[in-house]
Ligand binder design. Structure first.
Ligand SMILES: [Zn+2]
Length: 458
């Protein structure tokens, strides 16, 4: 009897031990993915819960602020939350939050708390886990207002907008259709007669891309980290610009010279077949890839106007062989084989002419660049850059500061070039734009310097 009692006690102790042990097993793994840091006028909570080997028995998402706890989604009452099963043992809970859900929401610190429970020991016990995540609620909307006046923008051309955005550190810029142009602090406008110290005043260089609709809508915007946004329209007139059509005859002599030479320095495409077939890949696919490489240099732009407001070197004394956005049709053996848009100017002088920096800037690229052959890209700051293609030699290196009209190398016919010439283009935030405006002293004065001086005295 005593023996039996002993056995029962041992069995109970063992069962108790298992029971206690099961209770100490890890609870579900909770990951609060959103919001990362801020909650705005509107926001999203996103939580992923993993409960290995078993389904969840319960979860609760709670929002805590100023001592008040507001229960949001739970397994029993999902409310407006979306609960998605991801595989056998993981759920993702997504819930929109904001003033409509959290009526007492105030700017300041807050916390998101998530508890979750999974069954263990054949469902006899449950084991729990809790996770919390500190956030900052920011309900104040940013503001944006345009200061500059009289914006005239040609299709394929550039403009500049001066605006005020608060708070001063808010992300802001100008939206032109689906393209975004970032704003830079106006304190970086190192131009004579311009001295802007208000940190809220920003400058955005913008473009109406050659293939956008002439009536593309544009506005200034500000967007804070909590997702609160503001926008401001500005007075502007856009003008269409007729682009020329041209025919480019191709022959085997040209293809035999340019195709192998470009392929030697490029890893981005590996075309097969005849030189004509290879040429079509270079002229199409490689042209696009090069445009992307070139556009990426805008991310490294200086937040300053490095060129002091001086007109860009206009390359007079050169013959213009092709202009910006010429619509080119390529002819081989009497048949049309390709169509492309020529986004630059082709300027010819004599063989091996000095290639001069159009304005003061920093060398971003100095070396082969696909169809552009030996190529130099200069950064003039605030997203404004210039490109020089088909050089026979380059005399500058990446990182060099060059002065206006400093020699950077010699012209040539590397890349897709029929003869010795300089291919020149301007870029605004990676978008190729018509350089003619930048060569015009009146345009520089009216569109850029005037607006900076007006903002400076306001
Ligand atoms: Zn060209």
């Amino acid at each position: 009897m005593r023996y039996l009692l002993g056995l029962i006690v041992i069995a109970l102790l063992a069962a108790g031990g298992v029971y206690v042990y099961a209770g100490r097993l890890a609870g579900p793994a909770i990951e609060i993915a959103k919001p990362v840091k801020y909650v705005g006028q509107t926001g999203t909570i996103e939580v992923a819960i993993t409960a290995p080997g078993a389904k969840l028995s319960a979860f609760q998402v709670t929002f805590e602020q100023n001592g008040k706890q507001t229960p949001l989604a739970s397994l029993a009452k999902p409310g407006k939350a979306e609960i998605k099963q991801e595989g056998a043992d993981r759920v993702r809970i997504t819930q929109a939050i904001g003033r409509d859900v959290l009526t007492d929401l105030k700017s300041g610190p807050a916390k998101i708390v998530v508890t979750a429970e999974r069954p263990v020991l054949y469902g006899l016990r449950k084991t729990q886990a809790t996770a919390s995540h500190d956030v900052t609620v920011r309900l104040e909307k940013p503001t944006v207002a345009v200061i500059s006046t009289k914006h005239y923008i040609n299709l394929g051309g550039s403009e500049m907008v001066v605006y005020r955005a608060t708070p001063a550190d808010v992300e802001s810029g100008v939206q032109v259709g689906d393209l975004t142009y970032p704003g830079f602090p106006a304190s970086g406008a190192k131009v004579e007669g311009v001295h802007i110290t208000d940190p809220a005043i920003k400058i955005a260089f913008i473009a109406l891309r050659w293939d956008q609709d002439v009536n593309t809508p544009m506005h200034a915007y500000a967007k804070d980290e909590a997702g609160n946004t503001a926008r401001a329209d500005f007075d502007h007139l856009s003008f269409p610009k007729p682009f020329k059509k041209s025919r480019i005859p191709l022959d085997d002599k040209f293809l035999d010279r340019v195709v192998p030479q470009i392929l030697e320095t490029t890893q981005e495409v590996n075309p097969q077949g005849s030189n004509l077939e290879k040429f079509l890949v270079l002229n199409g696919e490689l042209r696009q890839k090069n445009a992307q490489t070139i556009a990426n240099y805008s991310k490294q732009t200086a937040p300053e106007i490095l060129w002091g407001g001086a007109v860009f070197h206009p390359f007079t004394n050169t013959a213009v062989e092709a202009a910006f956005a010429d619509q080119r049709t390529y002819i081989y053996d009497g048949k049309e084989v390709d169509r492309q848009t020529h986004l630059g100017f082709d300027l010819a002088r004599v063989v091996n002419s000095p290639v001069l920096a159009a304005n003061r800037g920093k060398v971003m690229h100095a070396g082969p660049l696909g169809i552009y052959g030996n190529c130099v890209i200069l950064d003039h700051g605030m997203g404004v850059q210039s490109l020089y293609g088909h050089l026979s030699s380059i005399a500058v290196k990446v990182g060099d500061m060059v002065e206006k009209e400093q020699e950077m190398g010699r012209s040539g016919m590397t890349g897709l070039a029929g003869g010795d010439h300089l291919h020149f283009t301007m870029l605004v935030n990676g978008v190729m734009v018509n350089p003619v405006e930048w060569w015009d002293a009146h345009w520089i004065q009216d569109r850029i310097v005037r607006k900076l001086r007006e903002a400076s005295s306001s």
